[in-house]
Design a protein around this ligand. Sequence first.
Ligand SMILES: Nc1nc2c(ncn2[C@@H]2O[C@H](COP(=O)(O)OP(=O)(O)OP(=O)(O)O)[C@@H](O)[C@H]2O)c(=O)[nH]1
Ligand SMILES: [Zn+2]
Length: 310
Amino acid sequence: MHGLVIKNTGSWYQVKTDDGQFVECKIKGNFRLKGIRSTNPVAVGDRVQIILNQEGTAFINEIEDRKNYIVRRSSNLSKQSHILAANLDQCMLVATVNYPETSTIFIDRFLASAEAYRVPVKLVFNKVDAYNEDELRYLDALINLYTHIGYPCFKVSAKNGDGVDEIKKALEGQITLFAGHSGVGKSTLINAILPGIETKTGEISSYHNKGMHTTTFSEMFPVDGNGYIIDTPGVKGFGTFDMEEEEIGHYFPEIFKISADCKYNNCTHRHEPGCAVRKAVEEHLISESRYTSYLNMLEDKEEGKYRAAY
Ligand SMILES: Nc1nc2c(ncn2[C@@H]2O[C@H](COP(=O)(O)OP(=O)(O)OP(=O)(O)O)[C@@H](O)[C@H]2O)c(=O)[nH]1
Ligand SMILES: [Zn+2]
């Protein structure tokens, strides 16, 4: 029998089978996945094969190949990582231009990590009800920039409901991870999409605070139109993604595209002669803010301390 892992409590996994049953499952034996040293071999979003037993529970005995997955390092000391979710169709990054401001560096780092993880991102700009004329103009400039690069953008007010229907539409049939730094209104937005979920996430957080080993806890919530949303408490964004210096440019689509015209094919687009990227920045074909974010990631890498800012 096949199904989708929709909840992970550490020792048990809840699987929704393809014929619509919910089955509590355990892992059989010792799962070792190729190339991943993970504290949890199975994550929400995994498609699995299960074998039912007489008590009505089941064993997971096979995990289907993942199209992508996101991880978090367990700690700096250990090389082990924790798989937060698998098979994401998309990620929605909630951002704000004020109250508090999401920096373009934060947005761009997030986008680059998502490119590396091969998860498409949609940008959701929240709190549009609160902005003045200047902020709204800046917002439109950002939306113009990111839409052009290929990231769809939404304007919403989780507070008064503006734009929330468009978000609901974009969630249909998709597994979507929500991310965003503290205070952008992620919880308020999720609650506008799924009234009642708020209490649940609250419970999870307080459980967290007791210092119990709940880092393995994650859950997907069904939304209208056969989709799911994942809101992992405490996850502001993606974890560290180890990128080689010359690789960082690959995760800025517009930089990558133009870099084909650089004189040197290992160009880092800083001081090299014949750099097509720097020329494009000067000619305003690549945005200054994106180039700054790119350099910012490169600098961290140089100092040997690259760590995502979330
Ligand atoms: N004006 C305005 N305020 C909002 C909106 N959405 C959320 N807020 C407010 O922003 C603050 C933060 O909202 P939360 O939903 O708690 O933000 P969060 O992103 O979940 O933050 P954490 O819980 O810290 O992760 C609250 O005071 C909300 O009432 C909005 O659309 N407009
Ligand atoms: Zn270059």
